[in-house]
Design a protein around this ligand. Structure first.
Ligand code: ZN
Length: 286
């Protein structure tokens, strides 16, 4: 199987999850599923169930509204160290909560999202411009100063196609902000195959700080800055994820006590040692 990051054929099987093979590239260290999906599969995976029925997705995505809007504002502050507010595209925008945070800080915001209910929610309730589709297929006739890939790059089914679209849409010397999970983090290594991010077919690629740089470098981006977001999780989302883990694995029974001590309707801090962000800039070489 060809590695989607370095393009070499040197993979070994690491483990299997929900009968999907998880592969390691011996050449660059990237981990991925090798699943070939199309846009019909994507509609199925990101149906309303993903946003409202728990399991590997969300019990109710709209609970994340205030937290995500706040995070958008935080990222807008980070971006303001490098650029003035301009136009941005949020890839996998869901209901547009993150976009709203940037809008609050003076950005003109556009989104693309495969789930039509989520896009509709953002349009109707927040007045946002969100196109229904995937970045791989949507024909977006815009140019922007910044593209957001916030917890999205691991879900993209065609990395090169997506990056080509992003390069078309981004202005010369434009910026790309990526937030993703680190498969080489302490938490990921501690939990092994039980790490929450291993949830194919929703997630397809499992990056490290090195492999995300490799992918972006190959598409003409250089790293400008990086850090870790302070993450908060709604307690109902935390309970739902815990319940899903308890159902799917006997060795997680020890977690049962945690569900009882979690508050009912609050945001709780989530240790985000396994989550990081990187700001890239187009070098002009591609
Ligand atoms: Zn590779």
């Amino acid at each position: 199987m060809k590695c989607p990051v370095c393009k070499k054929y040197n993979t070994t099987e690491k483990f299997e999850i929900n009968s999907y093979k998880i592969l390691d590239c011996a050449a660059c260290g990237h981990r991925f599923t090798g699943l070939k999906l199309n846009k019909e599969d994507i509609k199925e995976i990101y149906s309303d169930n993903y946003f409202f029925e728990g399991k590997d997705g969300y019990p109710d995505y709209t609970l994340e509204k205030d937290m995500l809007t706040g995070r958008g504002e935080k990222y807008a502050e980070i971006a303001s160290r490098f650029m003035d507010p301009g136009t941005l595209l949020d890839v996998g925008a869901a209901a547009g909560f993150l976009m709203k945070g940037f809008e609050n800080k003076g950005w003109k915001v556009v989104g693309v999202e495969p789930n039509s209910s989520m896009a509709g929610y953002g349009k109707e309730n927040l007045g946002l411009d969100i196109t229904v589709g995937t970045i791989e297929e949507a024909r977006l006739d815009i140019t922007v100063d910044l593209v957001l890939l916030i917890q999205v790059v691991a879900h993209l089914y065609d990395l090169d196609g997506s990056m080509d679209s992003i390069n078309r849409i981004l202005k010369k010397r434009g910026y790309l902000l990526v937030e993703t999970w680190d498969k080489d983090s302490f938490m990921a290594r501690l939990l092994g195959r039980r790490w929450h991010e291993y949830s194919p077919p929703s997630t397809l690629n499992y990056f490290s700080r090195e492999t995300i740089d490799l992918l972006m470098g190959r598409h003409g981006f250089e790293k400008i800055s990086s850090g870790r977001p302070g993450k908060k999780l709604h307690s109902r989302h935390a309970k739902s994820l815990l319940r899903h883990k308890l159902e799917s694995s006997k060795s997680f029974k020890w977690l049962a006590g945690f569900e009882k001590i979690l508050p009912e309707n609050k945001y709780i801090p989530y240790p985000s040692e396994d989550l990081f962000w990187v700001l890239y800039r187009k070098t002009g070489r591609s």
